[in-house]
Design a protein around this ligand. Structure first.
Ligand code: ANZ
Ligand code: ZN
Length: 803
């Protein structure tokens, strides 16, 4: 018997896998293709984060399991290396990203990812910063543009005064920059947008038919935020035109006592009366400098009366028109009918400005003095011919009443906003557009792609709001591809989320440089069978990917519209109960653990920390337990005295088959921690026996292989097997052998027969007692009594002595 020396073994098998190419499926001819995808990393930090190792291991176990189930598993890996993460990191290190990124990729790939022992197919790696990749990112931009899904508009954007760049809403969550924590301000800029909102309905509807984590689907559905209601037209007094509002509560129309426009609403300057103009202008100016977050904050309501009036179409009442920043221009119609009796914000506003509050929905049909807005359902009151009607029904009735009078119609609206694509930064693929004074925005012809990112030494934004590329006159000034006249390139680069919105389409087609996506190969491998990644990408990345896929389907580029059949979000890894972070100094460095314990122990320990979809709490001390377990597996399987064949002992056989069943089911549901616990129990069971058998060891080793593949390969060889354990067949369990022998035990109370229960022949005293207590007749006779003694005659009877 040799010692378990993880270092030698791991190097040996990593080399063997690579040489024999066992993880490089035949991309063209594979018979049972299975595409196992994991979210590719940003190679921006000093090295791989233990969170990456956690994520990749869980996904790799799934891939390895499917491989042993006989699938041709394709498990690629790549690098999402454009964008602010990488650029800011490089700047911090005092390096140029073009220099740092390739270095970092090499470190990630050769020193870390390869040590993980995952079944990555390195022939199909992507690096989003390589011209052979971003040429096609630009091509995708062009396809979306050609399909009418890309447009430019001036738009207020989140602006980080420290990073000097525009931020997406997500990057500016809570009003602070995700990168540097500065307070976000707004700015108006001309930018490119993708019309993701035109897919809102489909993005929502399809959620019903994809097998994704429920939490992710809920997050997506909230983000899309469909709401239904009506558009209602209020004629304006002294002005030729109507004021249109969006409401989800047409049933409350009789309670509308004033209107509110967003300060940016185009009608504001038109309808404001002369004596109100000063006040209104001042308010509009002030609103401009606030961020959407500040405006959404729950604070005291502010607003100004415009001097104008509108007419409520249902009762011809004149009601005043106000402006306030709690109404946002980007949602619904940018204007509301205010119903202070039944909307909390309107109630606060009405209280503050002494506007009338009318109760029109009553929970009990009675009238009340309202202390706060009543937002629930009820029956209509103070609503003329609709009095007494349930609010649910009144929504429909009042809507159709308005439709008949042509004063409104059913409407729905979405919270989802179009996707802003432009970034005023250096480190990204230039947007493939040339602006010509005569021809407008002209796409760069395909034969001129990629538009290479020019080499520049000074890549920092200068605070002008323009991209650093705008300073590179030589690169910027070109001939218009349409008319040949002088023109300028678009100096912005695309949002990093576009790079990652299509990488999974590229992996199988990396060998082609004349097309982004090969049709036949794509047909074979896509959609992705299983995608695993972090929940932090639940709404953005995963929404953008679905949008791009749908759009490409509609253009006929691919023939499916949902990119991932199955998506599972893994949980978060914490350390000693705390979030891991540099500032807390509690980062787990993977290299240390690869070195000291080996990838097999490290992988298995990570998976043992908790249910994979919930995450786990890393504790340094715990890893030794897993290491000891693997050493015991080693001693068990690497033993010259193993008997040939399989044990004949019924209990041992049962334990083996039950464990195969449990590990199989647990791996399928990503319950890796319980699968590992079952393996530990099985080993204990096997060790207890006097004789140990080779076939037992062969099963144990294969069950361990997805978790700790190197040791499994080595032991597989010691057991005299040819070929790779990673490519061996997953053990089958025999349902019949899993069944426990059952015996009938008599249940007595004070010596009288009260029931019979069936239990496993191996059941412990506690298990039998437990079971007996659930028998209906026993329950009935124990009612109200106190058990003073429990007697158990093994295999025969239990007797409860009661008072
Ligand atoms: C009258 C009303 C009465 C409303 C009532 C609510 C309760 P969701 O469900 O999120 O779609 N609203 C409409 N456009 C708005 C905007 N641009 N900015 C701020 N608020 C706006 O919300 C729809 C409701 O939010 C609408 O229904 C409107 O107020 C308000 F008892 O109209 B409601
Ligand atoms: Zn031109």
């Amino acid at each position: 018997m040799k010692n378990y020396d993880h270092k030698t073994i791991e190097e040996k098998w990593q080399k063997a896998w690579e040489e024999k190419r066992i993880f490089n499926p035949d991309i063209r001819n594979a018979e049972r293709p299975y595409y196992n995808l994991m979210m590719f990393p940003y190679p921006s930090a000093e090295g791989l984060h233990v969170g990456n190792v956690y994520a990749f291991t869980g996904s790799d176990i799934h891939g390895r399991y499917m491989r042993m189930r006989g699938y041709d598993v394709f498990e690629p890996m790549g690098f999402d290396a454009f964008g602010m993460h990488s650029e800011n990191f490089a700047i911090k290190m005092g390096m140029h990203p073009a220099e740092l990124v390739p270095k970092n990729i090499r470190r990630f790939r050769d020193e870390q990812l390869k040590r993980l022992g995952a079944m990555f197919d390195w022939d199909h790696c992507v690096d989003t910063t390589h011209p052979s990749y971003y040429k096609w990112t630009q091509w995708i931009f062009k396809q979306l543009h050609k399909a009418g899904l890309a447009y430019q508009k001036d738009s207020p954007v989140n602006w980080c005064p420290s990073c000097l760049t525009v931020l997406s809403d997500e990057q500016a969550g809570g009003g602070v920059c995700e990168r540097c924590d500065s307070k976000v301000t707004t700015r108006k800029m001309r930018q490119w947008f993708f019309s993701i909102t035109s897919y809102a309905e489909r993005l929502l509807k399809n959620l019903n038919r994809i097998d994704w984590s429920q939490t992710t689907k809920t997050a997506q559905s909230r983000w899309i935020g469909r709401s239904t209601g009506a558009h209602i037209r209020f004629p304006l007094v002294d002005y030729f035109g109507d004021l249109v509002v969006y409401t989800t509560r047409p049933d409350t129309l009789f309670g509308a006592t004033y209107m509110v426009l967003s300060p940016e609403h185009p009608l504001v300057p038109e309808i404001t009366k002369a004596d109100q103009r000063m006040q209104v202008d001042t308010y509009v100016e002030a609103a401009k400098s606030k961020t959407p977050f500040e405006r959404a904050e729950d604070k005291e309501k502010t607003g100004v009366f415009t001097g104008a009036y509108a007419v409520n179409p249902i009762n011809d009442q004149r009601i005043p028109v106000w402006i306030s920043d709690y109404v946002l221009m980007g949602y619904g119609a940018g204007a509301i009918m205010a119903v202070p009796g039944h909307d909390t914000r309107d109630f606060e506003f009405a209280k503050k400005f002494s506007l009338p509050i009318v109760e029109v929905i009553s929970p009990d049909g009675e009238k009340h003095e309202l202390e706060e807005a009543y937002t629930g359902p009820g029956v209509l009151i103070n609503s003329s011919q609709f009095n007494g009607m349930e609010s649910e029904k009144a929504i429909k009735k009042i809507t159709s009443y308005l439709e008949d009078k042509e004063m409104g119609e059913y409407a729905e609206t979405f919270r989802l906003r179009d996707w802003c694509i432009s970034r005023q930064r250096y480190w990204g693929p230039p947007i493939p557009i040339i602006h010509c004074p005569d021809c407008g925005a002209v796409p760069v012809p395909d034969e001129d792609l990629p538009v290479l990112l020019p080499e520049m030494t000074d890549i920092k934004p200068d605070g002008s709001g323009l991209s650093p590329l705008a300073r590179n006159e030589q690169w910027l000034n070109v001939q218009c591809p349409a008319c040949g006249g002088p023109a300028k390139r678009d100096a912005d680069v695309n949002d990093n989320f576009l790079d990652s919105a299509w990488y999974f389409l590229r992996y199988p087609s990396t060998e082609f440089d004349d097309r982004a996506i090969d049709k036949d190969i794509t047909k074979k491998w896509l959609p992705v069978d299983c995608y695993i990644g972090g929940n932090e990408h639940a709404v953005l990345h995963l929404m953008y990917v679905r949008f791009v896929t749908m759009a490409l389907k509609d253009m006929g580029v691919i023939d499916f519209e949902e990119p991932f059949k199955k998506f599972r979000a893994h949980g978060l890894l914490i350390k000693d109960g705390d979030k891991m972070s540099k500032s807390k100094g509690n980062i787990v460095n993977p290299d240390e653990f690869f070195e000291k314990f080996g990838a097999d122990t490290f992988r298995m320990y990570l998976m043992f920390l908790g249910p994979y979809e919930q995450g786990g709490d890393w504790r340094d001390e715990g890893i030794i337990g897993i290491r000891r377990f693997l050493e015991r597996v080693w001693r068990f399987a690497d033993d010259e005295n193993l008997e040939k064949g399989m044990t004949k002992d019924k209990d041992t056989l049962r334990a083996i088959h039950q464990t195969i069943r449990k590990v199989t089911e647990d791996i399928e549901s990503l319950s890796y921690n319980t699968a590992i616990a079952a393996l530990m129990e099985l080993l204990n069971e096997l060790m207890k026996q006097d004789a140990h058998y080779a076939d037992e060891a062969k099963i144990l080793v294969r069950l361990i292989c997805p978790f700790s593949p190197h040791i499994a390969e080595e032991l597989w060889r010691h057991l005299g097997q040819e070929g790779f354990c990673s490519a061996a067949r997953w053990p089958k369990f025999d349902e019949k052998l899993c069944v426990e022998d059952v015996i009938t035990v008599i249940a007595q109370i004070n010596g009288k027969l009260r029931g019979r229960v069936e239990v496993s022949a191996r059941a412990s005293k506690d298990e039998v007692l437990e079971k007996a207590r659930t028998d209906a007749n026993v329950v009935a006779h124990l009612e109200g009594k106190t058990v003073v003694k429990e007697i158990y005659v093994p295999g025969k009877l239990v007797n409860f002595v009661v008072k």
